[in-house]
Write a protein that binds this ligand. Structure first.
Ligand code: SF4
Length: 326
């Protein structure tokens, strides 16, 4: 590992000032240290932000749930308001990584985590995301786990996070502080599809710090849950996953939020599936009909083509689990 400087900061102004001088913010370090060990990232300066007051998880006056960026995955999953109001978030977190990692990794770090594409993590390989213009060996190489939605000829890396799928479904907001003050970005706008610039993964401006994720208010009896399909039952990334939230106040579906993971270059919302659910009764035929369009627009490769059918069945199953009507 190359040598670097480490600056510890105790408040947000000090963090922003250190960020203005250059350097990478680090908290749990579960992604960045790993990448530094593999020489994928080699920052000259790190800014330790673990002392910042950004761990609180609380309801706000307008009914939103604000999760501080330094709340750990474990603390967020265990929080009573998260478990009670948004089980989809708690379940997605509990199905992620290992218990040890969940106690170190933070929510801010989770949404900024980088791809698990093996070519990206092997500095002897070409990779447009790591070395722009060098090529994408995954397109014609090993791509069983890669994305089928939101891909480009330049990159097909899947987004690895589970909780980001839940945040996308719930239309969460990312709150940022930077040299020009605070701004809020819709989750679906924050993470970027690769297009022609796969090296740009998110809308984070120089010197900006993620301070919180906010989930907007929903009816208290919103039902939600997360289903993850993977090769083994623990410490594995999703082949497909589905985050579903439904509000069915009078026997009719009035709110439907659906996003999927393991298949997109970003957490992938399914507005067509959501529209197909609204105004209908929670019945088996409705789940099957709505889920049938889950893989529309997918671009399949020889090794990952199985994901399209698996995705449809994952969404249908999770609609049934959350909405009932078996
Ligand atoms: Fe790199 Fe993306 Fe291709 Fe993987 S899929 S090798 S991250 S460009």
């Amino acid at each position: 590992m190359r040598s670097f400087t480490l600056t510890t900061v105790a408040d947000i102004p000090a963090a922003l000032e250190a960020g203005r001088r250059g350097g990478r913010f680090i908290a749990g370090g579960t992604t960045l240290v790993d990448l530094m060990r593999h020489h994928v990232e080699q920052p000259d300066a790190l800014i330790d932000i673990t002392g910042l007051p950004l761990r609180e998880i609380a309801l706000t006056g307008d009914g939103s749930l604000r999760i501080g960026a330094l709340a750990t995955m474990a603390d967020t999953a265990a929080h009573p308001e998260v478990r009670d109001r948004f089980p989809v978030v708690a379940q997605a977190l509990e199905l992620s990584a290992s218990a040890q990692l969940r106690h170190m990794a933070t929510i801010g770090g989770n949404i900024l985590q980088r791809t698990r594409c093996t070519y990206f993590r092997d500095v002897s390989a070409s990779c447009n995301k790591r070395a722009p213009g060098s090529g994408c060996p995954a397109v014609g190489g090993i791509n069983r786990g890669h994305a089928i939605l939101g891909t480009s000829e330049h990159c097909i890396a899947p987004h690895a996070s589970d909780v980001c799928v839940a945040f996308a479904a719930l239309e969460a907001i990312v709150v940022l502080r930077g040299p020009n003050g605070e701004r809020a970005v819709r989750f679906s706008d924050f993470l970027l599809q690769p297009g022609e610039t796969p090296e740009r993964e998110h809308d984070l401006r120089p010197g900006e710090l993620v301070t919180a994720v906010e989930i907007p208010g929903y009816p208290p009896n919103l039902r939600s849950g997360y289903l993850k399909v993977r090769d083994r039952q623990s410490y594995e990334f999703a082949l497909t996953s589905a985050a579903v939230a439904l509000h069915i106040p009078d026997g009719v579906i009035r709110t439907a939020k659906v996003a999927v993971g393991g298949v997109g270059t970003v957490p992938w919302r399914l507005p067509g599936v959501e529209q197909a659910l609204l105004g209908r009764r929670p019945e088996a035929a409705v789940w099957a009909d709505a889920a049938s369009g889950a893989a529309d627009g997918a671009k399949l490769l020889p090794q990952n083509g199985f994901k399209a059918d698996l995705l449809v069945r994952t969404v249908e199953r999770q609609l049934r689990i959350v909405g009932g009507g078996l």
